[in-house]
Design a protein around this ligand. Structure first.
Ligand code: C2E
Ligand code: CA
Ligand code: CA
Length: 735
């Protein structure tokens, strides 16, 4: 017989207002097993013993038999003495016939009643143990709530405790906006991720049936749902029911959660036995759900207070106090790792007059835009903060060399001019003062103070927009300016050379390809690294000229090598600024025709940095397809450093992923890096493309990489970049 599905009972959630209700000292109240024991055993302590009852019954029957069959009793019944005399031999048999069945009945009855009592005791014992366990769970959870500092951590702990201590198969908690149909944040414990995944997949297929799943129903309708036997719940056998049974869930209970800020949630529990959720247990779990609601509300309140004390409401940026904290923490780490920390104190000098002209709202908008733009320019561990009305702070954390700081600051200031002047109606001038740990200060307060001092030192008649607390560093900035001056016309003056760095197959130890790398030698500046001049060339739009020169030189070299019987791939770095130009493909074809270079006959590759792939994905895919049709291979350079999503990279037509040297560098120190490389290799093999590890310097790194399955490598372990004629010598050798 299958009961029809019942509309579950409506039970609004109780949100505890009084934090005192969760004090640690509150003992776990529980039902004591001994009480039940006493109830059943004391009541018929002695009388209930089987032997005594049977003995008593037998004595009574025996006495009764003796009386009923005695001569005097039979005489009283009017039997004549002769008949009594005749009856005497049968009396024993009648006595036996009369007492035996009665004795049997007596023993049987007592035995079954004892059995029944034993069963009752067993069931009570089990229930009491469960309830006691749940009381312990409740008290443990209250402890967790008192200690909890963040939401995700709290939910994880709760799920783990309820699932493990409560001996349940699977527990999950979901949270979402009140009006949401499905929870967005999900935390689980136990065996059930597959069940959840299939449930959510089922919803995608738009089956309204799935919405009846107890946990989802509880989330949406905000009442608790208890099903003590999933199998018999509905004859219809809903999809979720079948899946639950496949996962060996026999019963389920779900309780709604609600926080003070209006977030909704559900707390769902699945058990592998039927009839797990007795009324008492449900009451306890409801209390538990209410405690979770309370815990979440408490965290929300703490977060709001923390936010108000540490953030600026207009820009959502950290305020001065939080910046100081972060600076101090970052400095402590930098001291340990021997790194530098930079702080730029930035002032938007015309902001006040703009507010006077256009109003406060316009001023706020400029600040917000500026903050957003700055956040995009810096790295993840860096901090942008609001320091005053028209003042912002930029902390550059974890910098390897003091002289890297002026380069980054210059980049920020330059991009800023371009960015803000793009908004035709707004031109805003920015000044920056910069101080650096450990040169200029030892703590956050002093670093901010000295950066501001450097800013105040800029006099109005000076042309500079950025000053350093330490004048020694400032000359580094002047160096960047002179690179810019010298770079103009360097191509015409033939100051560039192309070097080639071998890419080696570590199985055969033979050179299979080379990467073309630019070298610039300037009479005034000496040898300048491409890491310094390429970004300036990109900003100044000189990169196309440099790119065309590199490509032409590399192709000529490729032709020469091929005619000498050297079969190798030459890969050329191509800037995204260059390849994204509207006429790029046409110009490329013209260049090849002019050089009489047919890319199909040679092995030519373009190295394009992963970070360059993020903008305009549609255009990038089309471009790659066209390039590959021409016979050019595509290498994704610096793979793992960009933020391109894996699903997007999945659709990209490429030939090789170049694993960035950053991974290789930290391979021996940091064990998580190995896992990351494994992930990259698995991803590449899924795409059916090869990988090259860059910047391999030691035999140990090479060994680990080979062990992981990455055989193509490039780096000082085999060879530094070299002139073309040295490549010819190496090509015929085994390295
Ligand atoms: P990249 O494409 O990642 O090039 C690899 C860089 O790592 C090269 O620096 C190379 O000399 C260096 N390197 C190679 N093996 C090792 C090693 O074992 N250890 C270490 N520490 N470094 C190693 P380089 O030549 O200074 O180039 C720097 C960046 O400048 C290149 O990074 C590339 O993004 C850019 N670049 C170089 N030449 C060109 C070019 O012709 N066009 C464009 N657009 N960019 C170029
Ligand atoms: Ca490269
Ligand atoms: Ca690279």
């Amino acid at each position: 017989m299958h009961p029809t599905p019942k509309e579950p009972s409506v039970a609004p959630v109780r949100l505890k207002k009084d934090p005192g209700a969760l004090t640690q000292s509150e003992p776990a109240e529980g039902v004591h097993l001994s009480e039940v024991h006493r109830d059943i055993t004391l009541k018929g302590k002695f009388y209930s013993s089987l032997a005594f009852k049977v003995l008593l019954g037998y004595i009574v029957l025996w006495g009764l038999g003796c009386i009923l069959l005695s001569d005097s009793f039979l005489g009283m019944l009017g039997m004549d003495p002769a008949a009594i005399e005749q009856f005497k031999p049968f009396r024993r048999w009648i006595f036996l016939l009369f007492t035996a069945p009665l004795l049997y009945w007596l023993v049987f009855r007592q035995a079954t009643s004892l059995q029944h009592k034993n069963d009752l005791l067993g069931a009570a014992e089990k229930k009491v143990m469960r309830l006691n366990r749940m009381h312990k769970v409740l008290s443990e959870i209250n402890h967790v709530i008192l200690r909890a500092r963040d939401r995700k951590h709290l939910l994880h702990e709760i799920c783990n405790i309820v699932q493990e201590r409560g001996h349940f198969s699977f527990v999950w908690i979901g949270l979402g906006e009140t009006e949401a149909v499905l929870p967005q944040v999900i935390v689980t414990s136990g065996e059930g991720s597959q069940y959840l995944q299939e449930l959510f997949d089922g919803l995608q297929i738009a089956s309204s049936e799935e919405r009846g799943e107890p946990a989802l129903a509880s989330f949406r309708k905000k009442y608790h749902v208890v099903i003590n036997d999933i199998k018999t719940y509905s004859k219809k056998q809903f999809a979720w029911q079948r899946r639950a049974l496949d996962n060996s869930y026999q019963s389920v209970a779900a309780f709604p959660i609600k926080t003070s800020s209006g977030m909704s949630g559900v707390f769902a529990i699945y058990a592998s036995e039927t009839q797990v959720f007795s009324q008492e247990e449900v009451d306890l779990l409801r209390e538990l759900a209410a405690d979770v609601s309370y815990g979440l509300s408490d965290i929300e309140q703490k977060e709001q207070l923390y936010y108000a004390a540490n953030y600026d409401v207009i820009t959502n940026l950290p305020n001065r106090q939080l910046l100081e904290d972060r600076l101090n923490q970052t400095i402590a780490r930098a001291y340990h790792d021997k790194r530098c920390v930079g702080l730029a104190f930035i002032e938007l000098i015309e902001l006040d007059s703009m507010i006077n002209a256009y109003g406060q709202a316009a001023g706020d908008k400029i600040l917000q835009e500026t903050a957003k733009h700055l956040s995009r320019l810096v790295r993840d561990g860096d901090t942008i903060a609001r320091l005053g009305n028209n003042q912002l702070g930029v902390m550059l954390a974890d910098v390897a060399d003091v002289y890297d700081i002026p380069v980054v600051i210059q980049k920020i200031m330059r991009s800023f001019l371009v960015h803000l002047t793009n908004h035709k109606d707004v031109t805003i001038k920015m000044l920056a003062g910069v101080s650096i740990y450990p040169k200029d200060a030892e703590n956050g307060v002093m670093l901010i103070k000295n950066a501001e001092l450097a800013l105040r030192g800029i006099s109005p008649d000076e042309k500079i927009d950025c000053a350093f607390f330490s004048k020694e560093i400032e000359s580094g900035t002047k160096y960047a300016q002179s690179i810019e001056e010298e770079l103009e016309g360097a191509l015409e003056r033939q100051e560039f050379t192309l070097y080639y760095q071998p890419i080696v197959d570590s199985d055969t130890r033979k050179v299979v390809g080379v990467e073309a790398l630019m070298r610039w030698r300037n009479p005034k500046l000496g040898e300048v690294s491409p890491a310094q001049f390429i970004s300036i060339a990109e900003d100044k739009n000189w990169i196309t000229g440099l790119g065309e020169w590199t490509l032409k030189t590399a192709c000529m070299q490729l032709k020469e090598w091929k005619s000498n019987g050297m079969d190798l791939t030459v890969s050329v770095n191509m800037s995204s600024k260059h390849i994204m130009q509207p006429q790029f493909l046409e110009k490329l074809k013209i260049l090849f025709t002019a050089m009489k270079f047919n890319p199909e006959e040679y092995s030519l590759a373009f190295e394009i940095s992963e970070t360059a792939l993020i903008d305009e994905p549609k255009h990038v895919i089309e471009l790659f397809i066209a390039l590959r049709e021409m016979g050019i291979k595509i290498y994704v350079d610096d793979f793992g450093t960009g933020y391109a999503s894996l699903s997007y990279l999945h659709g990209l037509p490429v030939d090789i992923l170049k694993i960035d040297s950053m991974f290789v560098r930290t391979l021996e120190k940091d064990p998580t890096v190995k896992t990351m490389i494994k992930g990259i290799l698995a991803f590449a093999s899924g795409l059916g493309v090869k990988t090259i590890a860059e910047g391999v310097e030691t035999e140990k790194q090479l060994k680990i990489l080979r062990h992981l399955g990455c055989t193509l490598v490039q780096g000082y372990v085999f060879s530094a970049p070299m002139l073309s004629k040295s490549v010819s010598t190496l090509f015929h050798r085994q390295l």
